[in-house]
Ligand binder design. Structure first.
Ligand SMILES: [Zn+2]
Length: 163
């Protein structure tokens, strides 16, 4: 289980799709929704991977702008990051990039517990059981990655989504 933070997809993006076989092989990038799904159906007919035969390759729209790399983390860690940002318990959401930058700055200014968390069961800040271990400074690293994403999103005039 993990949560991914990413730039919201906007209309001009959805023209290009990347197809990835269930085996992990990137099959290519195709322009147009219909074209991409037709290519996916054709691939599924000839693929040796049984999952791919059944469900077809993964078809994802490509973000057009540069520097919008997704930030992914284990759900427990993501929920801790969200709590630090004043968004506790929100497994999914959307936020304007400028507002996210504000929240990151505020969290950094106020400070937060960023100690090591050993492997095994522990109680998180929300009082729930968690199993995600992490090294000291992990939350700060993730906030820095989110800051990079939020800056790129602000430049590209996009919101940041997570799910
Ligand atoms: Zn395949």
């Amino acid at each position: 289980m993990s949560i991914t933070f990413a730039a919201a997809i906007i209309a001009t993006d959805i023209d290009v799709f990347r197809l990835t076989c269930e085996s992990g092989e990137v099959l290519g990038e195709f322009v147009g929704h219909t074209n991409a799904y037709t290519e996916g159906d054709l691939h599924a007919l000839i693929c040796a991977d049984t999952l791919c035969q059944q469900y077809g390759p993964e078809i994802l729209p490509l973000p057009a702008a540069e520097g919008l790399d997704e930030v992914n983390m284990a759900t427990d860690n993501a929920l801790d990051v969200l709590a630090v940002l004043g968004l506790p318990g929100q497994h999914e959401g959307e936020i304007p990039a400028a507002l996210l930058l504000d929240r990151i700055d505020t969290a950094s200014a106020i400070g937060f517990d960023d100690a090591e968390r050993p492997e095994g069961l522990a109680y998180g800040p929300l009082g729930v059981m968690t199993t995600a271990a992490r090294r000291p400074g992990y939350l700060s690293e993730r906030l820095a990655a989110l800051r990079t994403l939020a800056h790129a999103c602000a430049t590209a005039d996009r919101t940041v989504v997570w799910h």
